[in-house]
Write a protein that binds this ligand. Structure first.
Ligand SMILES: [Mg+2]
Ligand SMILES: [Zn+2]
Length: 224
């Protein structure tokens, strides 16, 4: 019996995940978040994450933070932002199961982080890492983000992408997407609209999940 199976009847405990971009998707796009004061949640983000929590989705942030490698801000600031994010969400009864980020950039200024890595989106390293940490029902998992590269990430990982119109979304949709090979499976106004769309799919009459998994019984509490 593998880690993914329950003791009785081989019932799968795999949960679908929503891999969420951070800047422009959960919080306002402010260029580089190079100071904690530039970290502002978008309206509805907490409600969206709470909705996904209550419907059995793993909520996992996957964020490129190349400003670390570029020397724009220290990696400690990224951790501070993520602590703040979890605090904000906790006040609203929402929780992120994991927050993963890539601090790398090939031509950065900080030697430690200046490299070609496997985790910078649209590469799939962060999703692979999440799959090592959680039992993820990949067939029913999604990537939500505001950039075409998030849609490419989804395609490379074999997932469906939802493009949000917040952040760079509207501009990418209008000017980049027409010539971009990776199309979103769905376009949503914002993260809450995306979450509501995802939850509706699970209702009777909706397309539903590919296999009808039972409600999850394990909540992993991981705050790297
Ligand atoms: Mg973004
Ligand atoms: Zn990386």
């Amino acid at each position: 019996m593998g880690d993914n199976e329950a003791p009785q009847g081989g019932i799968s405990l795999k949960k679908p995940a929503v891999f969420m971009d951070r800047d422009g998707t959960i919080n306002e796009q402010m260029g580089y978040i190079n100071h904690i004061t530039r970290f502002i949640l978008l309206p509805g983000s907490a409600e969206a994450i709470r909705l996904l929590n209550s419907h059995g989705f793993l909520t996992i942030v996957v964020s490129n933070q190349s400003g670390v490698a570029r020397g724009y801000f220290p990696i400690d600031l990224v951790h501070e932002v993520h602590r703040r994010l979890q605090q904000f969400l906790q006040q609203e009864g929402a929780v992120l199961d994991a927050i993963l980020f890539c601090p790398h950039y090939p031509n950065g200024k900080v030697p430690e982080y200046s490299k070609t890595c496997a985790c910078r989106k649209p590469r799939t390293g962060m999703i692979e890492e999440a799959c090592r940490q959680f039992s993820i029902d990949m067939a029913n998992s999604f990537v939500v983000g505001d950039r075409c590269t998030d849609m490419e990430l989804a395609a490379r990982a074999g997932l469906k992408g939802i493009l949000v119109r917040t952040g760079y979304g509207l501009g990418d949709l209008e000017y980049v997407m027409p010539n971009f090979p990776y199309r979103p499976f769905h376009v949503a106004d914002d993260l809450l609209d995306a979450a509501q769309w995802l939850v509706r799919r699970d209702r009777p009459g909706g397309p539903g999940r590919k296999k009808n998994h039972p409600a999850p019984v394990i909540r992993s509490l991981l705050f790297p």
